[in-house]
Write a protein that binds this ligand. Structure first.
Ligand code: SF4
Length: 274
């Protein structure tokens, strides 16, 4: 059994009954949580012990997801340390002060130094750090065209879209349904900008998780017995500036941040239960 490359590799070994005994709403959500290191395979009581052992053994000599993530981040930092940061700043829409390249992430400063170390106004966690470094190292620096496309229309987005839809769009929709100040908070806390309505949405807000990778959240309220709809759109140039894995990570990270925020407001549980 090869090492899981993505959540779908884990999903295919699950019972797929969506019984929720693991605490997740679906087997697909559980697979995503295991892949991101938030759940353990053992949390699914229906998974055969032999399959668990095989999956873990084949995961690079039993390294944990966290070990792999830390290693991956160290490699990216080393790569960043060998870059010409002045050139990278120009290419990525950032600024360079001789010591650090700084970008605005959701309106806050986030920097990488000439030594490869990261500095930030916000908590440095992997969902920001990995896409940030991939953007700085590999981004082509293409300016957004203003044409919005869904995740599945981006290069290599189609096969990951079912998981992206579950993990990001459906979770964010549940938050938006119950958290009335959701869009106001995005505008005020995260430097978002409400924009003209797109794709028949009632509300469209544009955020900049990276300077040249804008993201638009479109929300259509529930109406006449129809459920609400929330879709994330990216500029059609997003896959030139960032790999699809990092785009997924940004979406999942943002969703997680909004979930925490809404829980702090004490409204998410009410919405989820309703
Ligand atoms: S406990 Fe296992 S079978 Fe049930 S929902 Fe979770 S992953 Fe799926």
């Amino acid at each position: 059994m090869p090492k899981p490359k993505n959540a779908m590799d884990i999903f295919q070994h699950l019972d797929q009954s969506n019984c929720r005994e693991c605490g997740e709403k679906t087997c697909l959500a559980f697979a995503g949580a295991v892949f991101l290191g938030k759940k353990k395979l053992e949390d699914c009581p229906k998974l055969d012990a032999g399959v668990i052992e095989k999956l873990q053994t084949d995961s690079e000599d039993e390294k944990t997801v966290e070990d792999n993530r830390v290693e991956h981040l160290s490699r990216l930092k080393a790569e960043a340390a060998s870059l010409d940061l002045a050139e990278a700043a120009e290419r990525t829409g950032g600024r360079f002060d001789g010591r650090k390249l700084t970008l605005k992430i959701l309106g806050k400063d986030f920097s990488v130094g000439v030594d490869g170390n990261l500095y930030a106004d916000i908590h440095v966690n992997p969902w920001v750090a990995v896409p940030f470094l991939n953007y700085v190292i590999h981004g082509e620096g293409i300016s957004p065209s203003g044409n919005w496309v869904s995740f599945r229309e981006l290069k290599n987005g189609k096969e990951r879209y079912p998981l992206f839809q579950k993990r990001c769009e459906e979770s964010m929709k549940r938050i938006a349904d119950g958290y009335t100040s959701f869009f106001d908070d995005m505008v005020h806390i995260f430097g978002g900008k409400e924009t003209e309505k797109h794709f028949e949405a009632d509300i469209s807000v544009v955020l900049h998780p990276l300077p040249r990778v804008p993201l638009m959240i479109c929300y259509q309220r529930p109406e006449d017995g129809m459920e609400s709809v929330l879709t994330l759109y990216f500029d059609e140039t997003a896959d030139k500036n960032l790999d699809i894995g990092s785009i997924f990570t940004l979406g999942a990270g943002l969703t997680q941040m909004f979930e925490k925020l809404s829980q702090r407001h004490g409204v998410f549980e009410t919405a989820a239960a309703g």
